[in-house]
Design a protein around this ligand. Sequence first.
Ligand code: ZN
Length: 299
Amino acid sequence: MKVYALVEAGGTKFVCAVADEQNQLIATERIETQDPLPTLSAAREFFANLASDGHSFAAGGIASFGPIDLDAASPTYGQIRRTPKPGWSGIDIRAALPSITPIGLDTDVNAAGLAEALWGAGVGHATVAYATIGTGIGVGIVRDGVVLAGATHSEIGHIPVKRDRIADPFEGCCPYHGDCLEGLACGPAIKKRWGLDLLLLPPHHPAFDIQANYIAQLCVSLIYSFAPHVIILGGGVMQTPGLLSKIRHYTVRLLGNYWTAASHQGDLRNYLVPPALDNSGLRGALALAAAAKARYGIS
Ligand code: ZN
């Protein structure tokens, strides 16, 4: 049977899976992310066992942690770039899928955004912005089912934001920029600033307004930059009850009455929305594999 080989390569786990051409997952394995050699060997072994069971691969899809070189013309295409993860800098992530072609490759964030655009909360919208606010902050922009790409992936999570130094004296935790958006509003920043995850703080704690303001600044930047038809806000931090409605409130306030893609969206209830998929990373790898097959594959 022709199947897709899928890898969701994360900093703590690799999820390897196989899907049939009706997009149904038929096998999944989680591998703890260790040094590159044992991790990639375990992934290869998973797919080799399936091949020896009679499966043949129509295409592969990899949704990977970054930074990663996505310029197909670059000699370092597919390689993880400078990363604090020991041993991973310079590793070609496609080594998880040996002898499978074609391979669709993108960041985990872009892949998740693609999956939400195709099958989740972005269905029916031409331009979809997907943001994840968790261990880090990342954004993928999808236009008509294709991830918007430049010379490489964007790094919207590191945009500068306005910080009220009296209300928020925390200097930020980004090792490169200090108080960029990620340095102020990712999960580890919240924990470092307040000692607890947002979910564990009492409902009227000032952390909620500070956090909502930073994410609203992100939303406003996305609206001004891309005029998306919808913005999907996912990631662990966004699971905090009440946070999304506060972000809508601050976004309306920051936009003022300026005319934007969000102007006719009222209280933004249908414009700033949660994700609809619970495994958008793996679904994203599937979308990448299917797109690669459509572009380069032999049926
Ligand atoms: Zn930064």
